[in-house]
Design a protein around this ligand. Structure first.
Ligand code: NAD
Length: 514
């Protein structure tokens, strides 16, 4: 019989899970210390304590990873599609079998509740399965040129070695969403995880190696010096692709660097999602959706609802229901089964959120619940609702990245659309209405890559995830997600037309003018 108290059991499991994770850089199929022996600490945001030390990769490590990726690219590209698909499928099976260990690891280094971490594991695993299925469906086309003098054979080839840079807010799903299509498309890759959450990426790399991914196809370089370590890679002509998920300011910087080598880029950047509740909306459904869109991932999601636009006639009822639901949330360590909302990632982020709230209240907004961080260890911030938020407040222009709902009102669809689109971001919007015409018309006019229609959640491996405007370039997932890692290449084949040419049609003359 197990006589340990639940908290003691979790502490022991946490210790074991951290012990088992590789802490080095992973290059050429080998885990090793950083070239200069440097390390950095990984912290548990629930208490600010150090979980372990991880190798702090240097620019020399990054170049060694690129040597390895470039050397492996040719042989990897010759691996049959079914074998690549099977590797991803095996990785899916392994990940689902180890769902609890991965969930605990995510919770320990990122903070979210175990229930949310389990959901992230399932979501990440689906990318492995989805792209495992796509690996065998990379096709091309064959057609007769328009003048009939040639054949056009279009193939799709791997783009080549990729650099994949990921954020801390979904430590498993973000790398999985890039690695899976890159593997399916035959690319080799170097993953640079966020320094706050390098352990989950390391565990994923080890799992992929166990699933059969050949040495050198995937390297991992955790580092605290992101710019210094990635800059030599971006300058090196052997790197062919950059896929980045993170903030818009860093995305802009990387795009400028990528211009020098005309690198293919995919950019999944920041958001500022409007959550629109029309007068005719089902308010209970809207509150359910708001809870998901606002509190999922502790509000630290690019697709988090950032600005609530609620029709003036239903604003008070919606607010009261939302405040009532927010008040049922229990804030606490993600490993505590009673807690539904974990800590923010670090003190800097908590300070940012607290400042945004204080500043908005000082500008005239009304605090309806929350607003004061609890005393004690860890970077907790309570669910918070603000009403009467001035339209020009900083909180309406910047990503909050915390559990704070800032509510404004509108009186017409035109006003809601104007306010919703009044941002340089364009990742996702949420729209609640029971009127089909209004839904389709407003859905069309919202300037975002994704729209949650009467739904507070849009992430789906079978859908194209991505943003318009300054929220990004490219899409991850869906039928076209693999295209981000493929180049089209066409062979012009000189085959004389088998049928008699019509009088006057001179094929060689036609060729000359093209
Ligand atoms: P961040 O931009 O600070 O960092 C993201 C990654 O880039 C990290 O690995 C970081 O170490 C690295 N980085 C930072 N500066 C760099 C530089 N100069 N050169 C190279 N790499 C550099 O973002 P974050 O705080 O880790 O994550 C939160 C942000 O990510 C939010 O803006 C969020 O909206 C965005 N995000 C977007 C999506 C999406 O799909 N659109 C998904 C998740 C998160």
């Amino acid at each position: 019989m197990d006589t340990l108290a639940p908290s003691q059991r979790v502490a022991e499991r946490a210790h074991d899970v951290i012990e088992q994770v590789e802490k080095g850089v992973f290059i050429g199929g080998r885990w090793r210390p950083a070239e200069n022996g440097g390390t950095f600490p990984v912290e548990d945001p629930a208490n600010g304590l150090r979980l372990c030390e991880v190798a702090d990769a240097t620019p020399a490590d990054a170049l060694a990873a690129l040597d390895s990726a470039a050397a492996a690219q040719r042989t990897w590209a010759a691996v049959p599609p079914r074998r690549r698909g099977n590797i991803l499928r095996r990785a899916y099976d392994l990940l689902m079998a180890r769902r609890e260990e991965f969930a605990l690891l995510i919770t320990l280094e990122m903070g979210k509740s175990l229930a949310e971490s389990r959901a992230e594991v399932a979501y990440a695993a689906e990318y492995l399965r989805w792209f495992g299925e796509e690996a065998v469906r990379i096709d091309g086309t064959w057609k007769v040129s328009e003048d009939g003098t040639a054949r056009v054979l279009v193939t799709r080839r791997p783009v080549g070695p990729c650099l994949l840079i990921t954020p801390w807010n979904a430590p498993l799903a973000m790398p999985a969403r890039k690695i899976a299509p890159a593997v399916a498309a035959d690319c080799t890759m170097i993953v640079k995880p966020a320094p706050q959450t390098p352990l989950t990426s390391a565990a994923l790399a080890a799992l992929l190696a166990e699933a059969g991914l050949p040495d050198g196809v995937l390297s991992i370089i955790p580092t605290t010096r992101a710019a210094a370590v990635t800059e030599p890679l971006l300058r090196d002509g052997r790197l062919r692709k950059l896929s980045f998920t993170g903030s818009t300011p860093v995305g802009r910087l990387l795009l400028a660097q990528a211009a020098d080598t005309v690198l293919r880029t995919s950019m999944e950047l920041g958001g500022n999602a409007p959550f629109i509740v029309c007068q005719d909306a089902d308010l209970d459904a809207a509150v359910d959706g708001a809870m998901t869109a606002k509190l999922r991932n502790i509000g630290e999601a690019c697709i988090a609802a950032n600005r609530f636009h609620v029709h003036a006639d239903v604003a008070e009822e919606f607010t009261e229901k939302l405040v009532a639901r927010m008040s049922t949330i229990t804030v606490g360590a993600g490993t505590d089964p009673a807690a539904t909302l974990g800590p923010l990632i670090d003190e800097r982020q908590r300070r940012r959120v607290a400042d945004l709230v204080d500043e908005t209240v000082a500008a005239g907004a009304r605090l309806r619940t929350g607003g004061s961080p609890p005393d004690g260890h860890g970077y907790f911030y309570p669910p918070t609702v603000l009403t009467g938020v001035p339209a020009d407040a900083r909180i309406t222009r910047e990503e909050i990245f915390g559990p704070v709902a800032a509510i404004q009102t509108f009186t017409s669809d035109e006003e809601a659309l104007r306010d919703a689109n009044d941002t340089e971001f364009g990742l996702v919007s949420y729209l609640y209405t029971r009127d089909l015409n209004r839904a389709l018309s407003m859905g069309e006019q919202l300037e975002t890559g994704m729209v949650g229609l009467n739904r507070g959640y849009v992430s789906d491996p079978s859908a194209p995830f991505g943003g318009m405007k300054q929220s990004g370039i490219g899409r991850e997932g869906g039928n076209t997600g693999i295209d981000e890692y493929l180049e089209q290449k066409y062979l012009a084949i000189d085959i004389p037309a088998p049928w008699p040419q019509s009088p006057g049609a001179d094929a060689s003359a036609a060729k000359g003018v093209r």
